[in-house]
Design a protein around this ligand. Structure first.
Ligand SMILES: Nc1ncnc2c1ncn2[C@@H]1O[C@H](COP(=O)(O)OP(=O)(O)OP(=O)(O)O)[C@@H](O)[C@H]1O
Ligand SMILES: [Mg+2]
Length: 222
């Protein structure tokens, strides 16, 4: 599904150069559930952002589904992200001025591969699946943090992505909600065959993965 070769990212700051990720080689086959673990500041989110086509590596190459992501033009990259990749971030990321149903439909409306009616039917089905069928017209501020995270998963799935990147999707949530959200992500991986990459601090969760990637100081620990 994707392959990282000698991927690195350094940031120039006032304190000097920070090597957030340094020389990562990583292969994750299609359909797999892979977990990324490591201490705070080890480079997990930076790596996810590069794989997801959101942050350009300072070194190395990343292929997703055979495409050399960082050789695409800006326009092609935007289309690629929209079509192939779903994201669930560490913090809430729904647009506050849109209803849940519009938030979920938005990535499909941008891609314009389906009619508006079909998109909204699909969006409502996904929200229903995430247990939010009664909240289609609610605004993000009117629902709980866990419900917002579930809506974000529905949004991530609207374009049926081949790759789902989840960066601590259950951070700050209670244990029961965490289990429910993880069950949804695992069901997507198993039932739809979506490749799932999950960053988590929960080792019990990580142990359910087929592949565990341990990162320390921007590098993979063997
Ligand atoms: N925009 C930036 N500018 C400068 N340094 C950055 C930037 N983003 C991240 N870093 C640094 O890169 C390193 C890796 O950060 P990253 O967010 O990838 O860590 P993480 O493993 O996701 O941590 P956490 O578990 O806390 O989310 C950290 O030392 C961080 O301070
Ligand atoms: Mg992070």
């Amino acid at each position: 599904m994707f392959a990282c070769r000698q991927v690195g990212k350094s940031y120039r700051t006032e304190r000097g150069v920070v090597n957030a990720v340094a020389g990562i080689d990583l292969d994750v086959p299609a359909g797999r559930f892979a977990a990324i673990i490591g201490r705070s500041g080890s480079g997990k989110s930076t790596l996810m952002a590069m794989i997801g086509g959101l942050s350009r590596p300072s070194a190395g190459t990343i292929e997703v589904g055979g495409t050399d992501v960082w050789r695409l033009s800006e326009t092609a990259l935007a289309a690629f992200r929209n079509e192939k990749i779903g994201y669930v971030f560490q913090f809430a990321s729904l647009l506050p001025t849109l209803r849940l149903i519009d938030n979920v439909a938005l990535p499909a409306m941008l891609g314009r591969r389906q009619s508006t009616a079909a998109t909204y039917t699909r969006a409502s089905g996904l929200l229903d699946r995430m247990g939010l069928g009664g909240y289609l017209d609610a605004y993000p501020s009117e629902i709980s943090a866990g419900e917002q995270r579930r809506a974000a998963i529905a949004r991530a799935l609207i374009n049926d992505p081949a790759l789902l990147l989840a960066d601590e999707p259950t951070s700050d949530l209670d244990e029961q909600t965490e289990i429910e959200i993880m069950d949804e992500l695992l069901a997507v991986n198993r039932e739809l065959g979506t490749t799932l990459v999950l960053v988590t601090h929960n080792l019990a969760l990580a142990e359910q993965a087929e592949q565990i990637v341990h990162i320390a100081n921007g590098a993979i620990v063997a």
